[in-house]
Ligand binder design. Structure first.
Ligand SMILES: [Zn+2]
Length: 156
């Protein structure tokens, strides 16, 4: 029995879709509504700035090989707090609160620093498409949602 068979059919996304988006509070309920997603339609993976980290890739591997996902959409948004986030400021705040920010060799990279929301989505699409764990038959698209109007624009 494969891992996929042990997972109930109801846990598999009806639209065979995985969405990677930002944890921004303004996207709660808003993004699924604008994308026309209902309960049960898609796997939704969120983090600060919809950065493609190892953990996102791990979730995608589960989504693809166990949950029959065939399509991945990275959805960035306008006015993302991670765009131009002041990493140095975060580091200072950590020190102020008694935390050593040098627990990782490259804190900036670890934080997923990005400068532009659209470029970040495009970079993420490239990363997923070229990742050795992702099969070539999986469709990967990059979208941007306007945080105010909800208008969705396809980048790639
Ligand atoms: Zn954001």
């Amino acid at each position: 029995m494969s891992i996929g068979e042990t997972i109930g059919a109801e846990a598999k996304p009806k639209k065979k879709l995985a969405v990677i988006t930002c944890m921004d509070t303004r996207l709660v309920n808003f993004l699924p509504e604008k994308m026309g997603l209902e309960r049960g339609d898609a796997k939704v993976i969120k983090n600060a700035g919809n950065i493609i980290t190892d953990d996102v890739l791990r979730s995608l591997v589960v989504a693809i090989y166990c949950l029959d996902v065939e399509k991945i959409a990275i959805v960035g948004h306008t006015d993302c707090g991670m765009a131009g986030a002041d990493i140095e400021e975060i580091r200072k705040e950590m020190i102020k609160r008694g935390v050593n920010p040098y627990f990782t060799p490259d804190f900036e990279a670890w934080m997923g620093k990005m400068d532009n929301e659209e470029e970040n989505v495009l970079k993420g699409v490239e990363l997923i498409k070229n990742h050795p764990a992702i099969p070539k038959d999986v469709e990967v698209e990059g979208l941007m949602i306007d945080i105010n109007t909800g208008e969705i624009k396809k980048l790639i």
